[in-house]
Design a protein around this ligand. Structure first.
Ligand code: ATP
Ligand code: MG
Length: 202
């Protein structure tokens, strides 16, 4: 049986914004993925000394943001684990449970590709899934440098695609909310409403 191609969109999603949704959909289309699974991190390892919104809120916002896309799903796999949410643990679990039927494509922005050499057990991770890096303002990926750092497997497993550069980040959205400036159209309307209703980021 032909394996399914599954996109994995991991993130803190604090909050989820249209940048996340746009890259997930563009990669789904370009790589003919059967679906994309959004996985909110319970405890992002690179944000351990920074305040992150309660996982339940980030999960709820992610769930409502993807509801209108039939190809998008959400998973609580990282929320069910305690301790920092290392991608290697998540992918090991997914490959063990679903690897016979699925090939995995981890979707990220170029900033995450540049950071990959710092990820826990990245060489094992590259054996478990592909990475698809999308454009992000200010981030230029040099694949020769990546191969020098991560080995030849980087050339086989990391795919860099050009996507429209979206000058959008959760950091900027949190800053806007703390100043009381508008975030309309930067996040889906349901997410905007949820943020105000729950008085997040004020
Ligand atoms: P923060 O500013 O809090 O770090 P963020 O906007 O970077 O938030 P994350 O949850 O950290 O969002 O990102 C999850 C994934 O989405 C990462 O791989 C990141 O590179 C990617 N991503 C986020 N925003 C964009 C964007 N505007 N363009 C391309 N990729 C993005
Ligand atoms: Mg980020």
């Amino acid at each position: 049986m032909k394996k399914k191609r599954v996109g994995i969109m991991g993130g803190t999603f604090d909050p989820i914004h249209i940048g996340h949704l746009v890259i997930a959909e563009l990669v789904r289309d370009e790589f003919s993925l059967d679906k994309v699974v959004f996985i909110p991190a319970a405890e992002p390892p690179h944000k351990l000394n920074q305040k992150v919104t309660r996982a339940e809120h980030r999960y709820a916002m992610t769930e409502m943001a993807i509801a209108s896309n039939l190809h998008f799903e959400i998973s609580d796999i990282e929320m069910r684990r305690t301790g920092p949410s290392y991608t290697i643990n998540t992918m090991t679990e997914l490959v063990k449970d679903f690897g016979d039927d699925n090939d995995f494509y981890f979707i990220v922005g170029a900033d995450s590709i540049l950071d990959l050499p710092n990820w826990d057990r990245v060489d094992d991770l590259l054996n478990l899934c592909h990475f698809v890096g999308t454009s992000r303002p200010g981030c230029i990926v040099d694949m020769e440098k990546m191969k020098a750092e991560l080995g030849e497997i980087a050339g086989e497993k990391i795919h860099i695609i050009e996507t429209p550069e979206l000058e959008i980040s959760s950091t900027d959205i949190r800053r806007r909310l703390s100043k009381g400036t508008s975030i309309k159209y930067i996040v889906p309307a349901e997410v905007e409403e949820y943020i105000y209703k729950n008085k997040l980021y004020i």
